[in-house]
Ligand binder design. Structure first.
Ligand SMILES: [Mg+2]
Ligand SMILES: [Zn+2]
Length: 198
């Protein structure tokens, strides 16, 4: 094998790293069944956070439960308008959502792993070197289940979740005030890793 071939092989086998990000309470204020794009309120620093993660070489995905659809509180076109607006502002590789009601017991509703595992499969993501950022117990649980590093943000229901995690004895890898702090922490961790790997 020539050096070039070896290089090529390494690049092929090198799987992508991703940051999976919750939506409500993490990148936008949690309005509880947000259905109207006019009420979309981006959390300060969230755009900067995702830009920073992209610059660090991560794929970035939103993974969100949107049972408001199954509840009939808004339609798919309302959700699409919100997601278009988010895509306009955030450098994302995809937005994935579960449209089901919790009673439907679907395999995609967080903390069930299907949404995340499907994305990981499609984009060849290495879960061990990836992160999940969110404000709810289901986010932290899903990240932990999938083998990612879970980061709790204290926006949205973050403070409630922090107490729940403490009770359960299953703390997140890191607790950040908001997604920007989370992104900066990831950047720091990754730069230390690079130094160690030499
Ligand atoms: Mg949330
Ligand atoms: Zn579902």
């Amino acid at each position: 094998m020539t050096i070039e071939e070896g290089e090529k092989e390494r690049n092929i086998s090198k799987r992508a790293r991703a940051v999976f990000i919750d939506r409500d309470g993490t990148i936008n204020e949690d309005k509880v069944y947000l259905g109207d794009v006019r009420n979309l309120e981006i959390i300060p620093g969230a755009v900067e956070a995702v830009k920073l993660l992209k610059k660090e070489g991560f794929l970035t995905f939103i993974i969100t439960n949107q049972s408001g659809l199954a509840r009939g509180l808004f339609g798919p076109e309302d959700l699409e308008r919100i997601h278009d607006k988010i895509r306009e502002n955030f450098p994302l590789d995809g937005i994935y959502y579960c449209p089901h009601h919790p009673d439907e017991d679907c395999p995609c509703r967080k903390p069930k792993p299907k949404m995340l595992l499907d994305v990981a499969d499609k984009f060849q993501v290495d879960l061990k070197t990836s992160y999940f950022i969110g404000d709810a117990l289901s986010d932290i649980e899903l990240g932990q289940r999938a083998g990612c590093k879970s980061i709790l943000v204290l926006t949205g229901k973050g403070k409630e979740t922090e107490a729940l995690l403490r009770e359960r004895g299953t703390p997140a890898e890191f607790v950040a005030g908001d997604i920007l702090e989370a992104a900066k922490w990831i950047k720091k961790v990754e730069s230390v890793k690079l130094k160690v790997e030499g």
